[in-house]
Structure formats: C-alpha cells, structure tokens
Design a protein around this ligand. Structure first.
Ligand code: ADP
Ligand code: MG
Length: 383
C-alpha cells in the first residue's frame, strides 16, 4: 500500500515553500460480480482495493492549480477561473476535469499545489482513473473548506470523466472509490444509487490476474452490446432490462431475435446472480458466491460474447487450483483482468500455478495482484 509519509516527503522535496500538505487517499476497485448490468440500470458488486492514489495538497493564494504526477513524473498547471477550459487529451484532464466539475456544481475552490502518487496499475481495469479523480476531489474540496456529500463527489468525478476526459462510463468506479468499506463488498443499485455493504470472510483474498491483452474491438463491441440491450428492452416494453425477472424473461423473451435474446438473457440472469451473491455473503457462503462467479463468466462468454481466449485460459487455470472458490473476467471484457476469490492460504500456490500455466499456454507473462476489500476515500496522516 502506498506510503503516506513518503508521499508527504515527496511533496516537500518537489514543492519546497508550498507548506505542509494534507493527504487524501482514494482506492481503485474491482468488480466481483454484476458485469454489463450498470447501463441496464441493474446491480453491480465492486469492492475498493488496497491499491490506491494519494493526493497531497496545500493552498495557494492565486486561482491556479499546480499539479504534479509523481507516478508519471509530469507537471501541469491550470486556472480555476478559466471560463471555457479545454481538455488537453492527457492525464491532467482527470484532475482539471474534476476541479471544473466541482466548480460547475457550485463548489468555491481555491488555488492549490497538488502532488499525485499512486500504486494502482494505470490502465489495467482497476480504475486508477477514479482513484485520481476522487483523491484530487477530496484534496481540492478540503483545502477550500468546502463540505460535500460523498455521493455528490462521486457524481462530480463521473461527470469529469464523461464530459471532460470523454470516457463513457457508469458510476461504479467513482462510487466504489468513495464508499468502499474495509472487508466489505458493495452492492450498488445503478438506478437508485442505493447501496449495501456485504461482509467478505476474513480468510479469503481477492486475486486479480491481468491477461496483459486488450483487444482492439472493445469500444465498438461495447456500443453494440448497449444497442442490443436497448433494442431488447424496447421490444419487451420495459424501461430497462433491470425491470424483468428471470421467470418473466423465460416466457416473454421468446419474441426476441436469437442474438438479442442471448444478450438480454445475460443481463437478466446476471442481475439475479448479484442478488444471490449478496445473499451468499450475508450467510458467509463462499462456495455459493464462487459458483455464481463461475456462472457469470460462462454467461459473459456464451451469451454476451465479451470474453476472449486469454480470459478463458486464465479462469480455466484458476479453477484447477484447490482453494479457489470462483473465477471470472471482470470489467468490459476482450482482455483486461480476471477476479478470483481465493482462500488466503492458497494464494501462494495460486500465483505460481496460474502464472506458469498462463505463460505456457499463451506466451504472455501475467501480472497478478493480491488484495483485500478496503476502505473508501479518506484523509490520511503520515506517521
Ligand atoms: P483504469 O481506470 O482502468 O486504470 P483508464 O484508462 O480509465 O484505466 O485510466 C487510466 C488513465 O488515468 C491513465 O492513462 C492516466 O491518464 C490517468 N491516471 C491515473 N492515475 C494517474 C496518476 N497517478 N498520475 C497520472 N495520471 C493518472
Ligand atoms: Mg478508468
């Protein structure tokens, strides 16, 4: 986990004369179950992870924000009073976009010196983007003395990513980064934004395996899936696929063309799986939870068709290791990561067997991250 004292010291070296910083940590996240349900107004179940971003901040007397990413060793400067800010198509858009989104939501911000450091792998599907947005938001609000509800912060960060950075994404990432709870998964209703904290057993680890591939078709296929779901909901006469049960769908879904039927069946059954998975956690039943993860993967593979050979190899290898409850792809698909629920005392063995097997079968060296469900955004203090 990224060290607050080192970040503080880094800030003082980089920005001498900028005073003593305050530090705000925001985590990345992983989605345990509930894939491609968010834009169907359904349920997702992310957990905040131990990989996180820290924003160190001190106030300035002007209206400028001087931001330095220690992760990338790059600096950028922008003006909070800029009446018509333009994105520059770089990492700084995540920070500037967040500041402008807060400002446009009515927060009276003040100039700041900001240092960002992170141990969330960038661009790997663990939401380093939400972590930088949320940590910067907390830092900028705190230094300006502005109080804001976490849900408003999450929404402002999502707007920054949608509108300023230009990435069409749901609320899950920013929500998990703000609301993460130590040792808990979050079940989020993407329609109402209501959520529940669900306990994960203490002796299990979340193990994330990066396939190290990202197939190019991801963007176009994503839009196609959204369109298929919209068409299905329209034909069924419902607002969103969240509004039909598995039983109703088995009957009424018959009118749908074959491909649309399968796409919709994934979403409808996936929503049901999230609710069952929540029940499994309430009764501390990892075996059932893991089985639901496996079913989720099969549905994403066969009905939704968003897996790829590398993801399938990774889950297949994982399931051969004893002490693994379940394995599935996580994120949009076509590459990226898998999430595995693993008994903590089996993690070592898992690491060795899966890394070796994946290398043999694909010629690629996977990255494997071991983590636990962690706390959401908060101020941290150097020791
Ligand atoms: P993910 O959110 O899965 O990590 P994204 O593509 O959504 O992937 O976001 C990654 C981008 O976010 C990076 O390419 C970079 O522009 C920005 N970013 C995230 N963390 C940092 C950081 N610590 N310093 C600078 N830029 C960052
Ligand atoms: Mg992201």
């Amino acid at each position: 986990m990224i060290n607050a004292t080192e970040v503080r010291n880094g800030f003082k070296r980089r920005m001498p004369g900028a005073g003593e910083p305050r530090l705000f940590r925001a985590p990345g996240r992983v989605n345990l179950i509930g894939e491609h349900t968010d834009y169907n107004e359904g349920f997702v179940m992310p957990a905040a992870i131990e990989f996180s971003t820290i924003a160190a901040v001190s106030a300035r007397t002007d209206s400028k924000v001087h931001v330095y990413s220690k992760t990338l060793d790059q600096a950028f400067e922008f003006d909070l009073d800029d009446p018509a800010p333009k994105p520059v198509d770089g990492w700084s858009d995540y920070v500037a976009g967040t500041a402008y989104s807060l400002r446009d939501g009515g927060a009276k911000l003040r100039g700041a010196n900001l240092l960002i450091d992170s141990d969330v792998p960038l661009g790997s599907g663990l939401s380093s983007s939400a972590a930088i947005e949320v940590s910067a938001a907390y830092a900028l609000l705190a230094i300006a003395g502005v109080a804001m509800e976490p849900i408003q912060i999450a929404l402002a960060c999502q707007r920054a990513e949608n509108q300023f950075v230009g990435v069409r994404s749901g609320i899950m990432d920013q929500f998990a980064s703000c609301f993460g709870a130590l040792g808990h998964a979050l079940m989020l209703d993407c329609r109402s934004l209501g959520h529940q904290e669900l306990p994960l057993p203490p002796n299990v680890s979340l193990v994330i395996c990066n396939t190290m591939v990202k197939h190019e078709l991801a963007g176009g296929e994503y839009n196609q899936r959204r369109a298929d779901c919209e068409e299905g909901a329209k034909t069924l006469g419902i607002r969103a696929l969240r509004d039909i049960t598995v039983e109703e769908f088995a009957d009424r879904g018959k009118v749908l063309p074959e491909r649309i039927f399968r796409r919709c069946r994934h979403v409808v059954t996936e929503n049901a799986r999230v609710e069952e998975a929540a029940q499994a956690l309430r009764s501390h039943d990892c075996a059932v939870f893991g089985e639901l993860m496996n079913e989720s993967h099969a549905s994403l593979d066969q009905d939704y068709e968003v897996t790829c050979p590398e993801l399938n190899v990774m889950v297949e290898l994982a399931r051969q290791v004893s002490g693994v409850y379940g394995a599935r792809m996580t994120g949009g698909g076509f590459g990226g990561c898998t999430i595995n629920l693993v008994q903590t005392d089996a993690v070592e063995r898992f690491h060795q067997m899966v890394a070796k097997g994946y290398q043999e079968r694909t010629g690629l060296t996977p990255e494997i991250y071991v983590t636990a469900a962690s706390q959401g955004a908060t101020e941290v203090f150097p020791t």
